[in-house]
Ligand binder design. Sequence first.
Ligand code: ZN
Length: 312
Amino acid sequence: MPAIPGEPRIRTDLVAALDVGGTSIKAGLIAEDGTVVRESRRPTGAEGGPQAAVDRIVAFAQDLVDTDNVRALGLGVPGVVDSAAGIARYAANLGWRDVPFVRLLSDRLGIPVVLGHDVRLGALAEAVLGAGTGTDSVYFVAIGTGIAGGLVEGGRVDNGATGQAGEVGHLVVRPGGPLCGCGNHGCLESIASASRIGRAYSELTGVQASARDVVELLQSGDEAAGQVWADAIDALADALAAVTVLQDPGVIVIGGGLSLAGEALTGPLAGALAQRLTFRTAPPIAVTELGDRAGLAGAALLAWQQLRKDKP
Ligand SMILES: [Zn+2]
């Protein structure tokens, strides 16, 4: 129905959401039912140093919150994140330390601002809107260049005491194994991340390959690809067995680039996980439904949760 001239337009309340990655920042204005009203993307500009990246995030947020129906802002960043204090403690790929994002942004925008960890926000989104919908306890693990995870219980993200809960990528599954970026040896991430799967194949065969190549070679019966894949599945199953025993999730959702392998990943992984759980059944394993939008959707959900909490 066309608007009657002079009639005030009914404007829906929105939240702004930002999801900061190593190379790009995704942003959107999102309604309470999850409808994305506007979406855009800018480079993070990490090569200019940590302060430049922080400045770009603040400027992006200011440009996004340009109407008075934007009620709150949710920001997701990688690294070590203290959500309660509103401070991004550390991010290896962005180089920052102790950035008080909540204070910085709420001072400039004059609306409530909430801060979360990118992967744990992805977990929240999968639990509420994606592959974990209808399950009370959802464990999400993102497997890409690195590996990180997060647990959502009853629609709430478990951040831990210092903002580092769920970091399954640094669970040591092969003591004395390959050196991990964290300085330890044999972390899950040092064996089963997409980048390490590609590298393991290259080391074994002398042929350069990515994880995606390994999955393709696997389908064609390549023996070395089969071996590298089996090693990665074993390591993932060991880690997810530990997660299952500790947390008892109702479903494990796999995200990140490696989730594109689909059944080639979830099939053998479900079998290997079941084998390791001697006294209990294994939770089902699903792949992400929200893909690379999970972090952004989670940042919006967190902002909506904050608004509902603030309501008198
Ligand atoms: Zn590690």
